[in-house]
Design a protein around this ligand. Structure first.
Ligand SMILES: [Zn+2]
Length: 84
């Protein structure tokens, strides 16, 4: 029940093009509103600007100074549920 999903996600800065893969985990219970999102391993050159349990609100900061959402327009939906 309390299992967590682990996956890696590519982060790409729209400003300077710097990219890297973050290892993240979140709860696999999709009925809860909070996904308990957590970054386990941060790729080089990126840092957390503002922590959030929701990856769509979690703000990342690139080494160039650009700030962007961890989860942007790409859809994360292994269970269906398209959203943008
Ligand atoms: Zn950048």
């Amino acid at each position: 029940m309390a299992a967590r999903d682990r996956y890696s996600r590519k982060l790409e800065c729209a400003k300077c093009g710097h990219a890297g893969f973050a290892e993240v985990s979140e709860t696999d219970d999709r009925r809860t509103s909070g996904r308990d999102f957590k970054i386990d391993e941060m790729p080089r050159g990126f840092s957390t600007e503002r922590q959030s349990p929701d990856p769509r609100k979690h703000m990342m900061k690139c080494r160039c100074g650009a700030v962007f959402r961890f989860e942007q327009d790409t859809v994360y939906a292994p269970g269906g549920e398209p959203r943008r």
